[in-house]
Design a protein around this ligand. Structure first.
Ligand SMILES: NC(=O)c1ccc[n+]([C@@H]2O[C@H](COP(=O)([O-])OP(=O)(O)OC[C@H]3O[C@@H](n4cnc5c(N)ncnc54)[C@H](OP(=O)(O)O)[C@@H]3O)[C@@H](O)[C@H]2O)c1
Length: 329
């Protein structure tokens, strides 16, 4: 049994942590819930027991916590994860704050669970679109090598937390928008996270850099366009791939169907393909529209869908925490 702290316990992902922990019978002994001053005193039920939310502060980690799951944004993680680490607490962080630090493992258990062995107190959970994308890329990379990947994403508003969902809900009947620079209802925004000097957004660079880190191959050529769409839950990714060797489509089907965490949904004649409404509330990564790209040598197109709040965030984090428990931290 472990003592668990959750930072950002009132948020969309914090709440999903608790749900996934209950479902997976995560062996919680004591549970400590933290959020902003706004949520201080709020009651949250976990495993039929009521817990009170505490305001996060510099003394929060004086408690006997073994593992702290952070999901309150990058600024909070930058400041508080080192404080927790100093107290001997292992942090699994959902924000982008620590992901590209060379000493911080960036883990998708189906792909690189061995990285947990080298942790030094902070482990990062990758970006949501990256998690669902690297899972089907892994068996293809192992067998054929990935030469180049072009990602185009269709990301739901829950990827921006509760305020993203609010922009969509209110925007259905008004021109309200607060989280995004434009209305998201009945619209599509080619803009996720801040723009950088190179013309890409931070979200696009996360997909490019994190994919290379998780697959442990800096030589894969990757580009990305990340797009926000008016969908509540579930991100979709089109991956256009150039493999390093000739392949048979049948073999690609087999590789993907037999890989842990993937369900292939690919029967276009019967209108069967992955969609966000099918993935919502589930932990699998759904892959379909598997077909050759005839425009390049060894080209392949796949369509990947997963629930961003579950496999793209909470479930992956809890799986990482389970890896820690298996090796007794
Ligand atoms: N949504 C996704 O699909 C997704 C996927 C992967 C990663 N993430 C990452 O997960 C993190 C949280 O996302 P979310 O979607 O859960 O956002 P959210 O619904 O907006 O929740 C944010 C959480 O952070 C807490 N918080 C805000 N300011 C705080 C402060 N000063 N001190 C302590 N706690 C504070 C909030 O507490 P109050 O309720 O008290 O304000 C709330 O619990 C972000 O880093 C995000 O990038 C999200």
């Amino acid at each position: 049994m472990v003592n668990v702290g959750i930072v950002g316990a009132t948020g969309l992902i914090g709440q999903t942590f608790l749900k996934v922990m209950e479902e997976r019978k995560f062996p919680v002994n004591n549970l400590y819930l933290f959020a902003s001053s706004k949520s201080k005193g709020k009651k949250i039920t976990f495993n039929n027991k009521e817990y009170e939310v505490e305001e996060l502060n510099e003394n929060s980690f004086d408690k006997p916590i073994d593992i702290a799951l952070f999901s309150a944004g990058g600024t909070i993680s930058k400041k508080y994860a080192p404080l927790a680490k100093e107290k001997g607490i292992i942090v699994v962080d959902n924000s982008s704050a620590w992901r590209m630090e060379p000493w911080v493992p960036l883990i998708v258990p189906e792909v690189n669970k061995e990285a947990v062995e080298k942790h030094q107190g902070i482990i990062s959970n990758p970006n949501c679109s990256t998690i669902q994308s690297v899972i089907p890329l892994k068996p293809l990379h192992d067998k054929y090598g990935l030469k180049r990947v072009v990602f185009s994403t269709y990301q739901s508003v829950s990827g921006s937390g509760l305020s993203g969902l609010m922009d969509l809900e209110k925007g259905l009947t008004s021109t309200y928008h607060n989280k995004y620079p434009h209305p998201i209802a009945f619209n599509v925004l080619p803009h996720i996270d801040d723009f950088l000097d190179n013309g890409y957004t931070k979200e696009e660079m996360k997909m490019i850099e994190e994919t290379k880190k998780i697959l442990n191959d800096p030589n894969i050529k990757i580009t990305a366009t990340t797009v926000r769409v008016p969908v509540r839950y579930g991100h979709a990714v089109s991956a256009n791939i150039e493999l390093g060797k000739p392949f048979e489509l049948e073999d690609v089907y087999d590789l993907l169907s037999n890989f842990e965490g993937i369900e292939v949904l690919d029967d276009p004649a019967n209108n069967v393909y992955p969609m966000p409404i099918l993935a919502e509330g589930k932990d699998k990564v759904y892959v379909g529209r598997i077909r050759r790209d005839f425009s390049v040598e060894n080209g392949l197109n796949i369509w990947i869908v997963a629930d961003n709040c579950r496999k793209g965030a909470a479930t992956n984090t809890i799986q990482i925490a389970e890896l820690l428990i298996n090796r007794r931290f």
